[in-house]
Design a protein around this ligand. Structure first.
Ligand SMILES: [Zn+2]
Length: 377
């Protein structure tokens, strides 16, 4: 005879088989083995930890390790992930960033709080901070040269098509104007050394500029991020009339394909190898002396194989000087770029990152970027 608890556990396993319950309701991770018995959803272990921080909204138990009451399980049966999505996210703006299981803690936590705690996607008026087309406030911004974070006023204005910041509180002229059409924002807590650290990049004279900001309040930080995405979305809707949301949404903000240290040598390949921080942002491979530098020392454009770009493991036999063991050669129509990685794993990861863009045909607008790099002195 099965005990009562065994029957309940079997019922829980059945519920996990139902459509929608096979992935974490919050981050999409496969095979969730925790559940909130107050919200009626199945979640992964990492998201269950976030739910635990909001006990007034959500109470969680392990599907396998905890004891369950029949009433709790019946509530899960009457709800489930699909029904909860209908209930808590009927009005998510198309530009609003939905985190996945690989995103930072802040994005995942704020997504959970926005839905269940603040009910932002039920009450549209709560979306004003990122939907109004205008936002201003103070952010802590890392100083360009001294690395100190100072409080700076920021204004995001869709009407002006720009994000601006001001160095002095009473300054009339902004310190920088970042055009929305060149703007990118990506959370980089580890690199910035702050759990709310946001990297904002923009192009100035076709060179990449970085600023690093955060707000003490997680909601404020994520609101800024989604306000930038909203501004980008509305800009792209005008720039690409007729494009549907699904085409535009992946273009709102980009996470980097890969970042890390490699060694590089100059165009003559006799200068010796120097260690630099590399960032692969779509087809732009940028390098910096320090990961938090304001601007790139240099950039390499990586086109497609149809346009004579090739990535090869190893270095040409004639390569001189001391360098890390695991080489990579990027052949472009103009010249060869030589890189060296510290480990074989890094070499493999970088080659995979480069191959990703080499294997993808170039878009019309990417030819203009390529032309700029070719004509750079
Ligand atoms: Zn999850």
């Amino acid at each position: 005879m099965a005990t009562e608890q065994e029957k309940i556990k079997r019922r829980l396993q059945e519920l996990l088989e139902r459509p929608g319950n096979g992935n974490c309701v919050d981050c999409g991770a496969a095979d969730p083995d925790w559940a909130s018995f107050t919200l009626g959803v199945f979640v992964c272990q990492r998201c269950s930890g976030i739910h635990r921080n909001i006990p007034q909204i959500s109470r969680v138990k392990s599907v396998t390790l905890d004891g369950w009451l029949a009433a709790e399980v019946e509530f899960l049966a009457s709800t489930g992930n699909n029904a909860a999505k209908d209930k808590y996210e009927p009005k998510v703006p198309p530009f609003y960033y939905r985190p996945t299981h690989t995103d930072c803690q802040l994005l995942r936590e704020q997504w959970i709080r926005a839905r269940y705690e603040r009910k932002e996607f039920v009450h549209v008026e709560k979306q004003e901070p990122y939907s109004a087309g205008y936002r201003e406030g103070f952010l802590w911004k890392r100083g360009r040269d001294n690395g100190q974070f100072l409080s700076r006023k920021f204004i995001l204005s869709e009407r002006e098509g720009a994000l601006k910041y001001f160095n002095k509180h009473d300054a009339r002229e902004p310190k920088a104007i970042m055009k929305i059409h060149t703007l990118n924002a990506t959370f980089q807590p580890a690199k910035i050394g702050n759990p709310h650290g946001l990297q904002i990049t923009y192009l100035k004279d076709n060179s990449t500029r970085n600023i690093f900001v955060y707000h003490e309040d997680g909601k404020e930080t994520v609101d800024w991020f989604n306000a930038i995405r909203a501004a980008r979305f509305h800009y792209l809707q005008v720039a690409y009339p007729g494009a549907n949301d699904a085409d535009l949404v992946p273009k709102l903000t980009r996470n980097y394909i890969k970042e890390g240290y490699m060694e590089k040598t100059g165009p003559k390949q006799t200068e010796g190898f120097k260690k630099r921080w590399f960032t692969m942002d779509d087809r732009r491979l940028m390098y910096f002396k320090d990961p938090l530098d304001a601007y790139a020392r240099g950039e390499v454009f990586i086109g497609s194989k149809e346009n004579s770009y090739t990535v090869l493991p190893g270095l040409p036999p004639s390569t001189q000087g001391n360098h890390w063991k695991f080489g990579i050669t990027i052949v472009t129509p103009d010249r060869k770029f030589l890189f060296a990685c510290e480990t074989e794993e890094e070499q493999k990861d970088w080659i995979a990152a480069f191959q990703k863009v080499v294997n993808r045909p170039m878009l019309p607008q990417e030819y203009a970027v390529e032309a700029h790099f070719k004509h750079k002195p």
